[in-house]
Design a binder for this molecule. Structure first.
Ligand SMILES: C[S@@+](CC[C@H](N)C(=O)[O-])C[C@H]1O[C@@H](n2cnc3c(N)ncnc32)[C@H](O)[C@@H]1O
Length: 213
């Protein structure tokens, strides 16, 4: 586990208070793409579908999914924030765990829904695809600008490339910064043929996509 990363995030969360943040925009806006939280298995017994809030931070996405009826795992590298989530009462999150998702990615075909917000590790993306069950849905939202470290920011259209094996349901990207006509053209081409929405005014791109059966 990367100690500097853990220390940085533990320090940030040490004084973050106990309020549960709102879910990320990609999840609240795209909630209509969520599968039913309950499914009947072949023996007629109902079971909950499984959802993962990956690099969950204070767990806004995890709480939203748990309230919607999913069996939710919330994973983060920060033990401080995971303790905060566990200490909440009442708490409908099935499992909150300290986990370095880069060193220990989710297992193959283990989740019906995966949400990632404001976290980017490109090498992890194939594992995220692989961790979706057939028909599983990915909600992904993160920065295209505004961070000092460019490694954590998306290039134009990059989410589409990183998750190419998935079927795109919705994709949004903010307008490039003023004057960059080439990038604007690239984005316009990328959204052709997809479900189109006005580009977001924020500094984050978002993708909702499904793994085929
Ligand atoms: C910008 S915060 C986003 C938190 C939350 N997803 C949100 O949208 O509010 C990034 C989170 O990634 C976590 N993180 C960083 N590296 C990680 C890793 N290798 N494994 C798991 N979590 C990690 C940090 O602890 C932090 O909570």
């Amino acid at each position: 586990m990367s100690e500097p990363v853990v220390s940085k995030w533990n320090a940030r969360y040490a004084h973050s208070g106990d309020s549960i943040p709102a879910p990320s925009e990609v999840l609240s806006r795209g909630a209509r793409w969520l599968p039913d939280a309950q499914v009947s298995s072949s023996d007629g017994v109902a079971r909950q579908r499984y959802a993962l809030d990956l690099a969950c931070g204070l767990g806004g996405n995890a709480h939203f999914l748990a309230k919607a009826g999913f069996s939710v795992c919330a994973w983060d590298i920060s033990d401080v924030v995971i303790e905060q989530i566990r200490a909440r009462k009442p708490n409908s999150i099935e499992s909150a765990s300290v986990r370095d998702v880069v060193a220990c990615p989710p297992e193959t075909r283990s989740f019906d829904v995966i949400v990632v917000s404001r976290f980017l590790d490109r090498a992890l993306c194939p594992f995220i695809v692989d961790a979706l069950k057939p028909d599983g849905i990915l909600f992904y939202q993160t920065f295209v600008r505004g961070l000092k470290n460019k490694n954590f920011m998306l290039e134009p259209n990059e989410l589409l490339t990183l998750f190419r094996p998935l079927h795109v349901l919705e994709y949004r990207e903010p307008e490039p910064e003023h004057g960059d006509a080439n990038k604007r053209g690239a984005i316009a081409r990328a959204v052709q043929g997809m479900v189109k929405h006005p580009v977001s005014a924020s500094s984050e791109a978002s993708l909702i996509a499904r793994r085929s059966s």
